[in-house]
Design a protein around this ligand. Structure first.
Ligand code: DHB
Length: 309
């Protein structure tokens, strides 16, 4: 049994797409919905539609990916309309990623979502690294505190936040203390891409993506240990909240590692982009086989039970 019950929802399994991958258009969202995924999340949206950064803006390597998409999306109303028509009764929960250019935009999208009373759940993105000149909110604790306080004022349903990776125990506890103050905040997704890496092609002696002179967010195998550290630390430090794992899942083994570190559910980004929606069924098969081999019958048998030495 791979099912997950949380936030008053049930997912048939813990896998879904990472926001940004296969979720910008209704066609893509429906691809995920019709796949073996346990849930669907939409592309981070802004109040107005955006074209995003100039191309090329995504590049895969043997170890992962670099991207600087720049928040191309069809605008909030498009994803809200998808959420209005979504067949919730079929048992595959829908999450909406919200990533306003300003706090006011976030509040206006969330206020509209609140008034729509739809059963989808917002994942508020505090960590887009790819907007030239705009720092990641998640690295500014004061700005996060204001954002979460304002959201909590206008949005009473369950919601989550997508966090950037942190790299210092002081930052883990500082963020966790802040997040613990907000009862409506029911989950954190760890991690967004490791921001502003640089991939270089020695043959062409060039960067591989155009925006920001080649700087972009790293995903895939590059980020797995950082993702696991963030999942494990937030799972330990947050009280009564879920952690969603994201980063470096290519097979059932990495999904297992994230859940062992404490993840309630896990998202697939780079691997889904590279392999297509068949990745869900494959990774699920591998996770099932690994659990059978270990004698685990459900995810609760090992979730958060990582050993230390
Ligand atoms: C984009 C990248 C992110 O990591 C994110 O959280 C939101 C948007 C982007 O470049 O489109």
């Amino acid at each position: 049994d791979l099912s997950v019950s949380w936030l008053g929802l049930t997912m048939a399994n813990p896998l879904y797409n990472a926001s940004g991958v296969m979720c910008r258009s209704v066609t893509e969202l429906e691809q995920v919905r019709h796949s073996a995924a346990g849930a669907v999340i939409s592309k981070s949206c802004t109040l107005q539609p955006r074209d995003g950064n100039p191309e090329p803006r995504y590049h895969a390597t043997a170890l992962g990916s670099i991207n600087s998409m720049g928040l191309p999306n069809a605008g909030y109303a498009y994803y809200r309309d998808y959420a209005r028509s979504y067949p919730y009764a079929q048992g595959k929960p829908l999450f909406l990623s919200i990533s306003g250019m300003t706090l006011e935009d976030n509040l206006s999208m969330l206020a509209d979502l609140a008034s729509s009373a739809l059963p989808c759940i917002p994942e508020v993105n505090l960590s887009c690294p790819n907007l030239p000149g705009k720092p990641q909110l998640g690295y500014d604790p004061d700005a996060c505190a204001i954002t979460l306080a304002e959201i909590s004022r206008i949005y009473s349903g369950p919601f989550g936040v997508k966090l950037p990776p942190y790299f210092d125990p002081v930052h883990f506890s500082q963020m966790a203390d802040l997040l613990n103050e907000f009862v409506g905040l029911r989950f954190v997704t760890c991690i967004n891409s490791i921001g502003n890496g640089l991939v270089i092609d020695p043959d062409t002696e060039s960067v591989v993506i155009k925006p920001k002179d080649g700087l972009g967010g790293l995903g895939g195998s590059y980020v797995l240990p950082t993702a696991l550290a963030n999942v494990r630390e937030f799972a330990r430090l947050l009280h009564g909240k879920h952690v969603v794992g994201c980063g470096g899942i290519n097979s059932g083994r990495e999904a297992f590692m994230h859940i062992l570190a404490g993840a309630t559910a896990v998202q697939i980004g780079t691997c889904l982009y590279e392999e297509g929606e068949g990745a869900f069924a494959r990774i699920l098969d591998e996770l099932r086989a690994l659990m059978l081999q270990k004698g685990y019958r459900c995810l609760d048998d090992f979730r958060g039970k990582l050993k230390t030495l």
